[in-house]
Design a protein around this ligand. Structure first.
Ligand code: FDP
Length: 340
């Protein structure tokens, strides 16, 4: 009888990475070190996020607190924390951040073979109201490390990602990480009493079909007709397909996508008359999540094209994003094609 792989639940993120459990051929010392630096940044940012509510007590952002220090905006703090953590070991040649207009070179010589993209604090409009926010990241290998690092290193399709994931600052802090389909998607929950992330969700699989949809429905009047028809269809009654679907929308991509990953269903931020190319950013938001969802058996599309196939033309490019259970993403595409 074939023996089952023993569960790793309960091991620390650091052990998981060090033991090479990601199973990726590129998991050299440099790569694992980079992953560990993300774990460190997650600890540092979570400690700041957890104290964010106290900004009201200690001084509003942009003002001076009772100690006479300037209170920095939390997304800037998260950005700087990531830059410092990733710059420390010299494995990351450059970063592209949602917070910065241009790339930032961290290691100009050819020894650093990786670059990283991140959105340091996504869903920032939710900070002031104490609702879940997150950090999104992706790691790419430089096509040619002998050339000087440039924007071109970042303008590659998402299918080239070596690793991607996110940190969710929710009722607990969680790091969700994958190095692709072969290694699967794993989630680590933070225990603040010991200061460690422990493997809590091993090999996450998106349910094949869900029963919730997540979209800013206030944009109904701005959507294209196929998107409106899809939206009306979700609300019709049909036992066979579990409709009407329930509606869930936090307004923080990390929170909405994380729920969709675990429970199934569909998240959508389609293009509309206000955002002709969608609202979300290809490099920092759509690609890392598309990589995670595909590794977990789900799908991610613009409605007409697989997200991970898109060749970016600029760093801050926006893209329509629909991701979730394979059945639900297929249904969206069928509406766009006029097949339903
Ligand atoms: P935010 O504007 O608060 O930073 O990418 C930004 C984002 O949040 C996503 O996290 C979220 O999914 C989306 O925008 C929400 O947009 P709407 O407010 O237009 O629904």
């Amino acid at each position: 009888m074939a023996s089952e792989t023993p569960s790793r639940v309960g091991i620390t993120l650091e052990t998981f990475i060090l033991e090479g459990m990601m199973g990726h051929p590129a998991a050299t010392g440099a790569f694992t070190s980079l992953l560990n630096q993300i774990g460190l940044a997650a600890k540092l940012i979570t400690s700041k996020v957890r104290r964010a509510g106290l900004a009201n007590v200690l001084g509003y952002t942009g003002q001076t607190n009772v100690q006479g220090e300037e209170v920095q905006k939390l997304d800037e703090v998260a950005n700087e924390t990531l830059i410092q953590s990733l710059g420390r070991r010299g494995h990351c040649a450059a970063i592209a951040s949602e917070e910065m207009d241009e790339i930032l070179v961290l290691q100009p010589d050819g020894r650093a073979r990786y670059v990283m993209v991140f959105d340091p604090l996504d869903g920032s409009s939710n900070i002031d109201v104490n609702i879940s926010i997150g950090t999104i990241f992706g790691i790419l290998r430089r096509p040619d490390a002998s050339l000087s690092v440039s924007e071109a290193d970042f303008l590659v399709p998402g299918k080239e990602l070596l690793a991607a994931g996110y940190i969710l600052y929710g009722s607990s802090t969680m790091v969700v990480l994958t190095t692709g389909v072969a290694s699967g998607v794993h989630a680590f929950t933070y225990d603040p009493t010991v200061g460690e992330f422990f493997l809590s969700h091993e090999n996450i699989r998106v349910p094949e079909k869900g029963k919730t949809y997540s979209i800013n429905e206030g944009n109904f009047g701005l959507w294209t007709e196929p998107v409106r028809r899809w939206n009306r269809w979700l609300k019709e009654e049909d036992k066979a397909t579990a409709r009407p679907y329930g509606q869930r929308y936090v307004g923080s991509l990390v929170a909405d996508a994380h729920r969709t990953l675990l429970k199934g269903g569909v998240f959508a931020y389609p293009s509309d008359t206000k955002n002709a190319s969608g609202k979300l950013r290809l490099l920092y938001e759509a690609n890392p999540f598309a990589f995670v969802f595909e590794a977990a058996g789900g799908k991610a599309t613009t409605g007409t094209e697989r997200i991970l196939d898109i060749v970016p033309t600029k760093l801050h490019q926006r893209v329509p994003l629909v991701l979730g259970s394979a059945w639900d993403v297929d249904a969206f595409e069928q509406f766009v094609r006029g097949e339903r």
